[in-house]
Design a protein around this ligand. Structure first.
Ligand SMILES: [Zn+2]
Length: 316
């Protein structure tokens, strides 16, 4: 049973907002576009693994995209499966080509189109999450629950390889299609429930209560100044900016498109890029309108996508 669903990550929304508002000649565009493509690939990979988890019954509580904090250390788990007997962490990777898991040097090497590329070792990452989760459980008085981890490769055509006889990689890395078999094996290895159904439910509630993704300032991450951000309401038809406010509507000077609510997307961009709070003055500056009264009226109807990601995702 899926207890916590997955939504489009705020980081993806931030990167898209950034591309909408940087000059086409900005020197960071290439890097941002490449990062965005990787983030989308990662997210799509996670969704395709979620598909396999949909079939699990109510004895499995599934948390997708989990944010937890141990002593102020934030850790994000792609998927967490909880049973009364154990917890299972999934680290999901959507990487095409031939992968070599190098256990000696803890690196992941990908070969594709005759080229070699190194990635940080996802097994190490999963082990780190297991360590942090174990401490987090201890902190919440669930010390003894066994934890396992798996690295799941979401792309079915990816070839997984390792050093001959490397049993650990065989044990903890699998394709998504093999995930259910791995889960069954863990169930056989750890058959005895440790938690009462009451404690099981309570643990689920504690995890849900703690869900809060840390907010990161995307401009700081890319060392981009706010002065590089192009302001103004963007035309939903032709993407030109700024639209002009005339007689209670937004009008595009380029294609003449008219809209009553085009400013909403602009304010979403403001929240994603600049700050998670907005006042009348910043609103007028960002939407390029002069009337304080109009700004106040429009602002009252708005919400903040960072503080209400549930609403935000439903809307898009
Ligand atoms: Zn237009």
């Amino acid at each position: 049973m899926i207890v916590k669903d997955r939504k489009v990550p705020v980081r993806i929304l931030q990167l898209e907002a950034l591309l909408r508002r940087l000059s086409v000649h900005h020197k960071k565009r290439g890097e941002i576009e490449s990062d965005l493509a990787k983030r989308w690939a990662g997210y799509r990979g996670e969704l395709s693994v979620d598909f396999h988890l949909n079939h699990l019954d109510d004895n499995y509580l599934i948390f997708l995209d989990v944010n937890l904090y141990y002593k102020n250390i934030h850790f994000q788990i792609d998927s967490l499966i909880l049973t009364e007997a154990f917890a299972l962490i999934l680290e999901i990777k959507n990487i095409a080509g031939t992968l070599f898991f190098d256990s000696s040097f803890h690196q992941l090497i990908r070969k594709i189109h005759e080229k070699e590329e190194g990635f940080s070792d996802p097994i190490l990452q999963a082990q780190r999450h297991q360590y942090l989760l174990s401490n987090w459980l201890h902190q919440n008085n669930y010390s003894n629950l066994p934890i396992r981890h798996l690295v799941v490769i979401s792309n079915p055509s990816t070839i997984i390889t390792a050093e001959k006889g490397d049993k650990h990689v065989h044990k903890v890395v699998c394709h998504a299609s093999h995930l259910m078999n791995k889960l069954q094996q863990i169930k056989i290895d750890i058959p005895t429930p440790l938690l009462s159904s009451e404690h099981f439910q309570l643990l689920s509630e504690i995890i849900l209560r703690e869900q809060k993704a840390p907010s990161t300032n995307i401009l700081d991450s890319y060392k981009i100044s706010t002065t590089d951000i192009e302001m103004g309401v963007i035309c939903p038809e032709c993407s030109m900016k700024p639209m002009k406010r005339t007689h209670g509507r937004w009008v595009c000077p380029e294609c003449n498109h008219q809209s009553k609510c085009a400013h909403e997307k602009t304010i979403e961009d403001y929240f994603l890029l600049i700050d998670n709070e907005i006042n009348n003055q910043s609103f007028r500056k960002f939407t390029k309108i002069s009337s304080r009264h109009t700004a106040s009226r429009l602002l009252k109807k708005m919400y903040n996508p960072l503080s209400r990601p549930d609403l935000f995702n439903k809307k898009t």
